[in-house]
Design a protein around this ligand. Structure first.
Ligand code: HGY
Ligand code: MN
Ligand code: MN
Length: 404
């Protein structure tokens, strides 16, 4: 009897740090436990399982000698208190699809990739796995540290990996048909249009900055309002200005998701604040220009309030269009299974953003209840996931005819 997809996802979501939802960060005991479960899925589907130097678990089905490889995959990690579908569903579905096709001869090899770190929640960077395959991983990022001061290098070494072997993962000279990622939509569009799945046309670009404000801490009762340089009040004015700028700019999204205040005491005027600025857009030029304008506005506010502002540019991923030919293949498979082919851009970023530097990339979205994601309430239905699984099997069948 075939196990229900949601039961398999519920099972792996047990590998989480305590708290609501799923909290599975890279190179942790939760990650290691998840790899054991994923290994079981892959072996049951007849795949040969390895883990590469970047911590990507790879389930491979060997094709004829010299044949190209078709790649599927997504990420095993989650945000803190996230849902049980983001990432991991895109590992499970292609594994199940390949399990269904295990007796069918294929004219190419196939791999399912379970990447270690897409969210960039533990460390101030992400996409180590796909960037390693695409040959553009920056070894300097191995020295970046998490909130406990543990470097990526240390975390990977403790996890049993050899980060210095990452450069050997470069697959730019390999014959690759393409990379297809299946992912929960994380937005409300498919639900609003009543579709179980949809094709992704492009993935937005993203950049992150860390803004640090220094003011004058002081006694909350004795320093007159006119004499204050209150770092938190300054940050508040900046955050409202950031929101207003994004609201007034078509095609732009900006978010301040993290903030830290010092000394964070009820009766002390905040002396320093550090907050994150994240800017997204399908248009890289607009994103970059807007980030410059936003930081300039923050600098003006800082000056008016006698605060000192420093901003560090911490992360960037360019916008990526999905590959026309691979999309057409995914469209034919979706048409065959679902009868209709909705398409939409992705406001979330994905491993596929980095994989598109290596090979043709396409994505299949699965309907997301209420568009809720990065939350414990995240939900995709069994029926919709089944449509996605069948679409992936159909895609492999269609490509087998084409390459056969
Ligand atoms: O932030 C994102 O868009 C992705 O979920 N990491
Ligand atoms: Mn994701
Ligand atoms: Mn996510």
């Amino acid at each position: 009897m075939t196990e229900r997809i949601s039961d398999l996802l519920a099972d792996i979501s047990r590998h989480t740090a305590p708290g609501a939802g799923v909290s599975r960060l890279p190179f942790t005991q939760e990650h290691r436990a998840a790899l054991d479960t994923i290994r079981g899925w892959m072996e049951k589907a007849g795949l040969t399982v390895t883990v590469d130097a970047a911590g990507t678990m790879i389930g491979r089905r060997e094709g004829p000698p010299g044949a190209p490889v078709l790649l599927f995959g997504s990420h095993q990690d989650s945000v803190r208190n996230g849902g049980m579908f983001d990432g991991i569903m895109g590992v499970l579905l292609p594994v199940l699809a390949l399990g269904e096709l295990r007796d069918m001869a294929l004219p190419f090899s196939v791999e399912v990739l379970a990447f270690a770190d897409e969210e960039g929640v533990r460390f101030p960077t992400a996409l180590i796995g796909p960037r390693s395959l695409a040959g553009n991983f920056d070894p300097a990022s191995l020295e970046l540290r998490d909130a406990n001061g543990i470097s990526i290098r240390q975390a990977m070494t403790d996890f049993g990996l050899d980060p210095d072997a990452i450069p050997q993962l470069d697959r730019r000279n390999r014959a690759i048909i393409g990379y297809v990622e299946t992912h929960i939509e994380q937005g409300p569009v498919l639900e609003a249009d009543d579709h179980p799945v949809g094709l992704v046309t492009s993935i937005c670009g993203i950049e992150r900055h860390r803004l640090t404000l220094c003011g004058e801490p002081g006694h909350a009762g004795t320093v007159p309002m006119a004499l204050r340089a209150d770092a938190l009040a300054g940050a508040a004015e900046m955050i409202v200005a950031i929101e207003r700028h994004a609201r007034d700019t078509e095609g732009l999204i900006a978010t301040v998701g993290q903030i830290a205040v010092g000394p964070n005491a009820v009766n002390v005027i905040p002396g320093n604040v550090e907050f994150s600025l994240e800017v997204r857009s399908p248009a890289d030029e607009l994103r970059r220009e807007s980030a410059v304008r936003i930081i300039r506005t923050c600098a003006e506010i800082a000056k008016d309030r006698s605060l000192e502002l420093t901003s560090d540019f911490t992360y960037e991923q360019g916008a990526q269009p999905c590959d026309g030919k691979l999309l057409a293949e995914l469209e034919a498979a979706t048409q065959a299974v679902h009868g209709q082919v909705p398409s939409l851009p992705s406001g979330a970023t994905h491993d596929a953003s980095a994989m598109s530097e290596l090979c043709p990339m396409a994505m299949l979205f699965v309907r997301c209840r209420d568009g809720a994601s990065h939350l414990p309430e995240e939900f995709a239905s069994e029926a919709d996931m089944e449509v996605a699984r069948r679409t992936l099997s159909q895609l492999v069948r269609n490509l087998a005819d084409k390459y056969g």
